[in-house]
Design a protein around this ligand. Structure first.
Ligand SMILES: Cc1cc2nc3c(=O)[nH]c(=O)nc-3n(C[C@H](O)[C@H](O)[C@H](O)COP(=O)(O)OP(=O)(O)OC[C@H]3O[C@@H](n4cnc5c(N)ncnc54)[C@H](O)[C@@H]3O)c2cc1C
Ligand code: SF4
Ligand code: SF4
Ligand code: SF4
Length: 543
């Protein structure tokens, strides 16, 4: 199939004599790291799977994703897609909708029932994973692919961690999450539920495990000291969202105040609206531009009628009322009290002030170091105790599903290497394909495909999924917007522009689709100049 967004010139017709000996430089085909892949915390090869998707090879595209990320349908919904922030196309018109194509492929994988096989023979080694959140599930998946046998123990009644008990169903439908977890179980991963681990060394020794991956997340809602009358109704956001998974839905009343400025505050406020609150007001001590919540979450909350009260802290809470103090930012952007007080009516106060990790299971293990409430690990994610690794929310890193999945893969590779007595060697990254390497005039204008959304008025009263998926036509179009930064997409330009017919097409299966016939190439560099995506570089001739 022709690639639609690059043009191809007719092949040159001259049959030159051998001119290779005149050269001072020669061209080389290269593979560079596209900025999207560089930015993906799960280490996905986005450009490579978009390339398959744009040909309609959905299964091949899905399998490429599965090399890195076992939960593409989940990730296509909840990932904050730093890949798109980094995407070179953003400098041309708008970033490629990588996340929406990933969701389409993830859903296709679930719909078609595609499965994944191990890539290595059984090693006979057993690994215990503690926690069935994204990090633990990812580690279990990758360890299984590498031939190890894995048991996951989780304290909860259902697997999924914060994907199940934090992220609301209107952003992540439970049937999708369950289908992707089931696929991991079907590979042979054993998940023991309602099995809190209280002592990591005991669990390791009693179960005869060769290594452990800790991924217990951060589940304890932080409390601020706010004087509260005995009749006041104060809950923490994590407990509120967790209780949404139970039979009985929580009662918050008509006016709900949410204290905090992160993504959890947005989810709590949007959930309060769906539970019937006429007013859900987020109180935050700084301004919108300093909020840790992602823009898209704030926008969606505002669309659903959530109100924001910036530059405010809560001083006191009592039955039906709370007292708020206005703040102002000092020169360093830190909020300072002004002494100006105001009363707000509120039936409930929801605290969304961040989460802490329960580390009781490693108490007494002296060589595991904890700093700032999180476990310290090396570049291979091993703690100070040989054979015990950790990742996800319980180690110092950004707290997202995507980072957790990336840690799971990295830990699996490091554990597998450690069990084999080999040194862990992180993959060497190729040079980055920056925007300056692209010949953008070869690409057509192509506006980004917008994902349909449920109407805002309907959203506030239902837990149905808000953001809808792309269909096959839209997904194909969106994948074709990819500029293939730094990697050949077989447009034939170099083959066409070479005045000496020195570009040869190779048979499928070769590392590159083309090669240079150095007997004829005189090193003019036109091919490198005219490659749309920076997949050719000129290097000094070696004699
Ligand atoms: C409300 C909310 C919304 C969020 N939305 C997003 C989002 O849209 N996108 C995004 O990328 N991230 C989001 N996040 C963050 C994301 O959910 C977390 O960063 C991610 O789930 C962390 O993964 P994890 O595997 O480290 O831990 P978790 O997902 O927390 O899983 C840890 C698991 O360990 C288990 N466990 C704990 N202690 C023990 C023990 N002693 N023994 C056995 N099992 C134990 C728990 O039961 C749990 O299942 C959100 C978080 C919250 C709270
Ligand atoms: S997981 Fe997130 S960052 Fe990675 S490719 Fe998918 S959307 Fe982009
Ligand atoms: S255009 Fe394609 S290869 Fe380039 S950064 Fe964007 S998604 Fe990645
Ligand atoms: S190397 Fe560049 S110019 Fe040559 S076929 Fe590939 S993308 Fe086109």
């Amino acid at each position: 199939m022709d690639k639609p967004f690059a043009i191809t010139l007719d092949p040159a017709s001259s049959l030159a004599d051998k001119t290779g000996s005149w050269r001072s430089e020669r061209p080389e085909y290269v593979r560079r790291l596209p900025p999207c892949a560089h930015a993906c915390p799960a280490g996905e090869q986005c450009q490579a799977w978009l390339y398959e998707a744009e040909e309609g090879n959905y299964e091949a595209a899905w399998r490429k994703i599965m090399e890195d990320n076992p939960l593409p349908a989940v990730m296509g919904r909840v990932c904050y897609h730093p890949c798109e922030t980094a995407c070179n196309r953003g400098e041309l018109d708008e970033a490629v909708g990588i996340n929406s194509v990933e969701r389409f492929l993830g859903d296709e994988g679930v719909r078609q029932g595609w499965t994944v096989e191990p890539t290595a023979p059984p090693t006979g080694r057993r690994v215990l994973v503690i926690g069935a959140g994204p990090s633990g599930l990812s580690a279990a998946y990758h360890l299984t692919r590498l031939g190890n046998s894995v048991v996951i123990r989780d304290a909860g009644p259902v697997a999924g961690g914060m994907m199940r008990f934090g992220i609301p169903a209107y952003r992540l439908p439970r049937d999708i999450l369950e289908a992707e977890i089931r696929r991991i179980e079907d590979m042979g991963v054993e998940i023991e539920l309602n099995s809190a681990v209280t002592d990591v060394l005991e669990a390791k020794d009693d179960g005869g495990f060769d290594a452990v991956f800790l991924a217990v997340g951060a589940h304890i809602g932080k409390r601020a000291y706010i004087p509260a009358g005995s009749a006041s109704h104060v809950v923490d956001a994590v407990s509120l969202l967790r209780s949404m998974e139970g039979e009985e839905k929580p009662k918050l009343g008509r006016r709900v105040v949410i204290y905090g400025g992160g993504n959890t505050a947005m989810d709590a406020a949007r959930t309060a609206r769906r539970l019937g609150a006429e007013e859900a007001i987020v109180v935050y001590r700084r301004t919108r531009d300093r909020m840790p919540a992602h823009d898209v979450e704030v926008e969606e909350a505002l669309e659903e009628g959530v109100l924001m009260k910036w530059l405010s802290t809560i001083k006191h809470v009592d039955s039906g009322k709370l007292v708020v103090e206005r703040m102002e930012l000092d020169e360093s952007g830190f909020p300072q009290p002004t002494g100006e007080l105001e009363e707000l009516d509120a039936d409930s106060l929801v605290l969304a002030l961040g989460q802490e990790t329960d580390l009781s299971l490693i108490e007494g293990v002296d060589d595991i170091h904890v700093d700032g409430g999180v476990v310290q690990v090396g570049p291979d994610l091993m703690t100070g105790h040989a054979g015990i690794f950790a990742g996800g929310d319980m180690v110092p890193a950004e707290r997202t599903v995507t980072v957790g999945i990336g840690h799971g893969k990295q830990a699996a590779q490091a554990i597998d290497a450690w069990l084999r007595g080999a040194a862990y060697a992180p993959t060497q990254e190729a040079p980055l394909a920056g925007f300056d390497l692209l010949n953008t005039w070869y690409y057509s204008d192509a506006p980004r495909t917008v994902r349909p959304q449920l109407d805002a008025a309907r959203r506030a009263s239902t837990f149905e999924e808000v953001v809808q998926g792309l269909d096959a036509t839209n997904a194909l179009f969106e994948a074709r917007r990819c500029l293939s930064c730094g990697n050949c997409f077989a447009c034939d330009n170099c083959y066409g522009v070479c005045p000496d017919n020195a570009v040869l097409k190779l048979a499928p299966g070769e590392p590159y689709a083309y090669a240079f016939d150095l007997d004829y190439c005189k090193g003019c560099g036109i091919c490198a100049e005219e490659c749309p995506c920076g997949a050719i570089r000129m290097v000094p001739e070696t004699i």
